[in-house]
Design a protein around this ligand. Sequence first.
Ligand code: UD1
Length: 416
Amino acid sequence: MQKLKIRGGKALNGSVRISGAKNAALPIIAASLLSREPLALKNVPQLNDIGTMVRLLAQMGVQAKRDGEALTLTAAEITEKVAPYDLVKTMRASILVLGPLVARFGEAKVSLPGGCAIGARPVDLHIKGLEAMGAEIHIEGGYILARAKRLKGCKILSATVTVTGTENLMMAACLAEGTTILENAAREPEVVDLAKCLIAMGARISGHGTDRITIQGVDSLHAADYTVMPDRIETGTFLAAVAATGGDVTLSNAAPDTLDAVIDRLRESGAEITCTPDTIRIKAVMRPAPISLKTAPYPAFPTDMQAQFIALNCIASGTSVVTETIFENRFMHVQELLRLGARINIEGNTAIVHGVEQLTGATVMATDLRASACLVIAGLVAKGETIVDRIYHLDRGYDHIEAKLTSLGADIERVN
Ligand code: UD1
């Protein structure tokens, strides 16, 4: 199993290019199932999760042609409308094929994802929404079996804001008969990116980016070219790393307007941040001030940045309070940070972090994607050597992370 060996204590300096957004690319790849014509994508990140999604579609009969960050998908003939357990268990986002398959073919068999390291994560709202549109759904042998003649547009009020739930229903509604209105929809930039791609394919969508999305169904979608948005979580992770280690870094191909909550908090920590429409420069010279925060749906502070900010708070000049409101079990990184000398108490869904002057290197184990990023940041500031084990989590969501960090002056290498 591969590990990262990090010798901490070096400031980060230079510039790095941000990759395309994993969480936008995944639903956009699934959207190719909605049309028999090619979808030509650019800025697709090179990640294991993207490989898994492409493999899933290829098993169904989709033709996929990959050339670096370009990916063309043609779903002309679909032989299998199945997402098998083996693939779904490695990547929950596989559930995103459910809406497109039912909408275009009137049938789908998708494995139920089950629990995961950060919480229960049910998909009941995806299912309820499709049922409201007329799909008949049964659970059998661990699979969601869905059937419909043609989905019918309707009004769907989601009890909770769900990102992939909104994406699944928005995709399904594109080919439904009549108008669908999604109330309490997710406003995440990745939902907006998917909507823009669907519009390029001929969908009729309005209100994306608000909590009320309206979709007028059409008979078919057509070929399109689309460039995936920059990854705001990769961007935020690099920003948090520089705020922790100190230094002066410029991130290019970024989308600062999708990161207001993160940038505001980093400024509170003492970092100097300047933005153009597609670059962000961060200068950090002093020990960060503690940053208290609470995660919530966009535009509030993202749960996918919580772990990285806990790493930053570990070496801050005081005490911070971090509350997680989206997932019930998303503090797995805390036990590992304690091994590096952090002082953190957990009370329910809140972590109280007492900043210490120095972390010291140790072997730690990554438990999920963003927890891995948190441990890498902690390793970059810790004195001595830190080994981060189980980095396959990291490879699911960070494009060439050690190469990018090395180019900024970090002492980090991949070992077996
Ligand atoms: C997406 C992101 C993930 C991010 C999360 C929250 C992708 C591929 N993944 O995950 O990185 O951490 O949004 O920003 O885009 N819920 C239900 N029933 C449902 C669906 C969700 O109760 O049917 C609950 C979840 O358990 C959770 C909350 O709603 O407590 C939000 O989850 P959701 O937005 O659906 O997360 P994902 O879309 O899985």
